[in-house]
Ligand binder design. Structure first.
Ligand code: GRF
Length: 261
């Protein structure tokens, strides 16, 4: 990770930018958080690691990529708990082997288990500050959306707002992409609200769809990009480097050198 000096943020910017005093409170607080973070880095005084919950329903390659990025210091966080609706899925098994606590949510129909309020309470008790949906195939309860507003991200394997919404998950997405004839696709990382795939977009990556590509080819190409972009956004989120643009509230990542994307 780079150790950008504190002055990086005060570099001259495009002339049409408003002076700092005119920025919104949210912008100011994001900038202030970043300044504190840069100062802490410069002082060698590392910020404590954020605790995240990762929700999975499948093999968990995004979970593993996030975990690797945390282990090698690219993301200042640790996985405090893994949540799944499928206790036997690859992501949960991998977590158990590493001693990462796991929770089942929602319980199977007709079985006792966590209610939405109990889930939120368990996450709070575990000190979870952020929730990451990495291939979780259930709708998130409103209680969780409210508890983690602007602190919960999802990764979707297509360029939203296209190819999103109910039923658009896994191979369905890539089949629809190939059938549509679009020339580009790629993952989207977005904040989560109460509607499927409708939260504010934070970052996207794109890859070409070749005429000979099958849905499986597209899925493999997109998955590689997912692993990079998700860690990139989570790093910004836990560092406090996402600001919300004045007027429309679009999230903008502030890089370690002060650039915005
Ligand atoms: C990924 O394509 C993700 O975008 C989607 O579900 C898939 C999960 O893959 N939401 P994995 O379990 O992380 O390997």
């Amino acid at each position: 990770m780079s150790t950008a000096p504190m002055t990086a943020l005060s570099r001259p910017r495009a002339s049409n930018r408003r002076p700092f005093d005119a920025l919104s409170t949210r912008t100011k607080s994001a900038r202030a958080a970043r300044s504190r973070w840069v100062a802490a880095r410069a002082a060698g005084d590392a910020k404590p690691k954020a605790k995240v919950a990762v929700f999975v329903s499948g093999g968990g390659s995004n979970l593993r990529a996030l975990h690797a990025a945390m282990e090698d210091g690219r993301v200042n966080a640790e996985v405090a708990v893994v949540v799944s609706n499928i206790p036997s899925c690859g992501g949960v098994e991998w977590s158990r082997e590493r001693g990462i606590p796991t929770l089942t949510y929602p319980p199977k129909k007709g079985e006792d288990g966590l209610t939405p309020d109990a889930l939120v309470a368990q996450l709070r008790d575990a000190g979870v500050g952020y929730v990451l949906l990495a291939g979780y195939l259930r709708l998130i309860p409103p209680q969780l959306c409210r508890a983690y507003e602007d602190k919960m991200l999802n990764i979707h394997p297509a360029l939203l707002p296209a190819f999103g919404g109910k039923g658009m998950h896994g191979h369905h997405v890539h089949e629809a992409v190939v059938a549509s004839g679009v020339r580009f696709t790629g993952p989207t990382v977005h904040f989560v609200n109460e509607e499927f795939d409708k939260g504010k977009i934070v970052a996207q990556r794109h890859v070409r769809v070749a005429p000979s590509d099958t849905p499986d080819d597209v899925a493999a190409n997109v998955l590689r990009l997912e692993h990079e972009v998700f860690s990139h956004v989570v790093s910004a989120l836990v560092d406090g480097r996402i600001r919300f643009r004045d007027g429309d509230g679009v999230p903008v990542i502030v890089g370690e050198d002060g650039t915005e994307e």
